[in-house]
Design a protein around this ligand. Structure first.
Ligand SMILES: [Mg+2]
Length: 276
């Protein structure tokens, strides 16, 4: 046999799955970064903001475990506590983190400019909206309330605590598809500001868009970003872009406000039978 025929989806984009912090709310993903630094400080370990941002996007328990396994922080913990950290330490830190994060979160549940308009436009095109996050359900609901008040309310939102494993596993994005009865997965676009967001989408067989300027990798609040000289901001954006592309992102954008032309292009590529 000289030729083989393959079945390929050539329909439209049906679902956009958005991350929460750093993507749709909390410009710069400021809330968790600050909370992790404070959590470690309470236990005598001075973590830098960069160390706190490294594993961003993961379930918060996994985030704590990943920070503690970083050699520099592992050593600081060992020096301070006289022994290497244990599984019980991770669980205790996570339990301490939950109320801290919930208390600190409300002022950060602020919608990022342009998200409501893009959400509306996607809906007008018949595209459903989903949400996934490394936050637990209670934290996610704080984000949802803030976003809803500003005009953005996805059709479904799934937290790391609602699936067997958070990012980089694909289950949150897959569950959005399941609950909304959307398939095939190549009709779905995952949008997020961290490496683990991209991995979640790729592991689900979806298209992925990495978010730079409003997200964790640039790591500046809207005020800080606006105050920074344009050339310096550009350097940070390019660095974030390179990191997200390296993780396998199909596209990157400064923010959700800029994704509509990308959604158009994905639609075109799908119509030609391309897969993510
Ligand atoms: Mg995020």
């Amino acid at each position: 046999m000289e030729f083989m025929f393959k079945r390929s989806y050539c329909g439209p984009v049906k679902l956009a799955v958005f991350d929460w912090a750093g993507t749709t709310v909390d410009y710069g993903c400021m809330a968790p970064a600050g909370a992790f630094v404070e959590l470690f400080r309470r236990h005598g370990v001075e973590a830098t903001i960069a160390q706190a941002r490294g594993p961003m996007g993961m379930h918060k328990r996994d985030h704590i475990a990943t920070m503690l396994s970083e050699p520099a922080l592992a050593k600081l913990w060992q020096d301070k506590h006289g022994a290497a950290h244990t599984k019980d330490d991770i669980e205790a830190l996570f339990q301490e983190f939950i109320p801290m994060q919930i208390e600190a979160l409300p002022p950060y549940a602020k919608l990022i400019p342009g998200v409501a308009e893009v959400g509306e436009e996607l809906r007008a095109r018949g595209i459903k909206l989903g949400g996934t996050t490394g936050y637990n359900e209670e934290m996610m609901h704080i984000c949802m309330e803030g976003a809803k008040a500003a005009g953005y309310a996805p059709d479904i939102s799934i937290a790391g605590s609602m699936v067997p494993a958070g990012r980089p596993a694909p289950w949150m994005a897959v569950r959005c598809a399941l609950e909304l009865n959307v398939f095939p997965f190549e009709s779905i676009v995952k949008i997020g500001d961290t490496v683990t967001d991209i991995q979640e989408g790729l592991n689900a067989g979806m298209w992925t868009i990495g978010i730079t300027k409003t997200g964790n990798e640039v790591g500046l609040s809207q005020e800080e970003a606006e105050a920074l000289p344009a050339a310096e901001l550009e350097v940070l954006i390019r660095k974030a872009e390179a990191k997200l592309f390296e993780a396998g992102a199909h596209y990157v954008a400064d923010g959700v406000a800029d994704i509509l032309p990308i959604i158009d292009e994905i639609g075109l590529r799908l119509s030609q039978g391309e897969r993510p």
